[in-house]
Write a protein that binds this ligand. Structure first.
Ligand SMILES: [Zn+2]
Ligand SMILES: [Zn+2]
Length: 300
């Protein structure tokens, strides 16, 4: 799917689950695939994270006639970090096996091991039957610089997120004067409500607020309920009430809860939405909140 210039960008959730794929009857509505989101605008195809959701993303792309050898495509894949749930779908991404497709993978320049070796290790023969060097598309792997990347009218910038084991990156896509922020895998509780405030936590809090300021869509880690967080402190994920408070402070317009806990059933996520959404929906200004659902496409 592509969109014309000046029409809205199309954001699609291909995987919304954190940590591990959770197929089954209790996760049918919100989905069991791990993180993957695509943003399509004016022939630019951006994908963020390569969790198991990227498999369906690739199948649909090829099914629509794009990314095939007759109709190759340029894809840009941005990785938040290389924890399994964010890279495990990559070996199952069909367009990567099609000659003629060009595929650039971006990630943090601040990893101890070069991004390329982490990704190719995942496809070592001990773990997977096909080696990364066998992928037929023209694949390049780039560590990002400080400069924002531009693809036509679309710009992408990023920031390191410290409070996640091993670190992670958040991305901001600006297109048509609208902003989409993807900020998964970060423990905002430790930044905004630490046991002891320091210059560093103050700086990180200010950086976060500036980065997500007035986002038209914020896709954010809100993995734990308030109760669960008490025993998951330091695990690198945010509690729901903290995300709500911070997003509202930053005047976010739409907030998508993302990276759902593997234990969270459709029933629980429905209940959370019923509990929290009315308060913010009727606030002034209102903030529209929802729990991201696999398969959902929304214009931004
Ligand atoms: Zn994760
Ligand atoms: Zn992670």
């Amino acid at each position: 799917m592509t969109t014309g210039k000046n029409s809205p960008a199309q954001v699609t959730f291909w995987g919304t689950r954190g940590s591990i794929p959770t197929p089954g009857r209790t996760t049918e509505k919100y989905g069991g695939n791990t993180p993957c989101v695509s943003i399509v605008y004016d022939n630019n195809y951006i994908i963020i994270d390569a969790g198991s959701g990227i498999r369906n993303c690739g199948l649909e792309l090829v099914g629509s006639g794009l990314g095939t050898s007759e109709n190759p495509i340029d894809l840009h894949l941005f990785l938040s970090h290389t924890h399994w749930d964010h890279i495990q779908g990559l070996p199952f991404f069909v367009p990567a096996y099609v000659p003629g497709n060009s595929f650039v993978i971006y990630g943090s320049p601040n990893k101890e091991r070069f991004l390329e070796s982490i990704l190719s290790d995942q496809m070592d023969t001990q773990y997977f039957p096909v080696e990364m060097t066998s992928l037929a598309a023209n694949i390049s792997i780039r560590e990002m610089s400080d400069e924002a990347l531009r693809f036509g009218d679309l710009a992408i910038d990023w920031q390191e997120q410290v409070y996640h084991p091993g670190g992670s990156v958040r991305y901001r896509i600006t297109v048509n004067g609208r902003r989409i922020v993807y900020a998964s895998d970060v423990e905002l509780d430790q930044i905004f409500f630490p046991d002891e405030k320091t210059e560093e936590t103050e700086r990180l809090a200010a950086e976060y607020l500036a980065f997500v300021d007035k986002a038209d869509l914020l896709i954010a880690d809100g993995q734990y309920t308030e109760e669960e967080y008490k025993t998951k402190k330091g695990w690198g994920h945010t509690s729901i009430p903290v995300l709500l408070e911070i997003a509202y402070r930053a005047k976010v317009k739409q907030l998508a809860f993302f990276h759902h806990d593997p234990q969270h059933t459709d029933k629980l996520l429905n209940e959370l939405w019923t509990k929290y959404s009315p308060k913010y929906h009727t606030a002034d200004p209102p903030m529209h909140i929802f729990w991201a659902r696999e398969g959902l496409t929304m214009p931004i």
